[in-house]
Design a protein around this ligand. Structure first.
Ligand code: HEC
Length: 163
């Protein structure tokens, strides 16, 4: 009796975990309120990435210190693996009018996750370039990070609105 109840509970919990995660590792929001909260959190994260890129751009243009630039590249490398968790299914532009997240994110989830991985790799490459002090290498790695790290994902998965 006790055993079968335990088994039922275990199976029930297992099923719930499966539904919450989906078959491919995507999260899923439970309510519109949750969707809005996660969208605000990712907006903050993306804006922080934007500030780090401005610090790096400034350094490439002769402003700021190498330490500040290294910290900015490290912050991007650290944030990259957290990006997919900020995009649970049901939190995109189909559910939230202000969101710029295309449905393609969840239709091509593996590609989206690969885009976040690529960002981490390119930020790490910039960290080593900065450590080398070679300005040509730094410039190339910074360009690659912006164009292919941030831009590679935005071109495919973000619906940029005017204004
Ligand atoms: C794996 C995909 C991906 C990567 C990599 C990525 N972004 Fe984004 N970004 C998005 C998506 C999708 C949105 C739209 C989010 C929304 O509105 O729901 C977005 C939105 C933004 C926004 C607008 C935030 C707001 O609410 O106004 C900024 C700024 C931004 N990204 C900066 C960056 C920068 C800088 C990088 C690189 C350092 C970067 N992103 C890398 C997917 C990505």
């Amino acid at each position: 009796m006790r055993l079968s109840r335990t088994l039922n509970w275990t199976m029930g919990a297992g099923l719930a975990a499966f539904v919450a995660l989906g078959a491919s590792g995507q999260g899923q929001v439970a309510s519109e309120e949750e969707a809005r909260q996660v969208a605000e959190e990712r907006s903050r994260t993306m804006k922080t990435l934007g500030r780090s890129m401005r610090t790096l751009k400034g350094f490439a243009g002769g402003r700021g210190t190498a330490e500040e630039a290294s910290a900015a590249a490290a912050a991007i490398a650290d944030a990259a693996p957290t990006i997919p968790s900020l995009f649970p299914a049901g939190s995109g532009m189909a559910a939230l009018p202000d969101s710029e997240s295309k449905d393609a994110i969840w239709e091509e989830w593996d590609e989206f996750v690969a885009g976040a991985d690529r960002l981490g790799e390119k930020a790490a490459a910039l960290q080593s370039a900065l450590a080398s002090g070679d300005s040509d290498r730094i410039g190339a790695a910074f360009g690659d990070l912006g164009k292919n790290g941030c831009g590679g994902c935005h071109r495919r998965f973000r619906e940029k609105r005017d204004g």
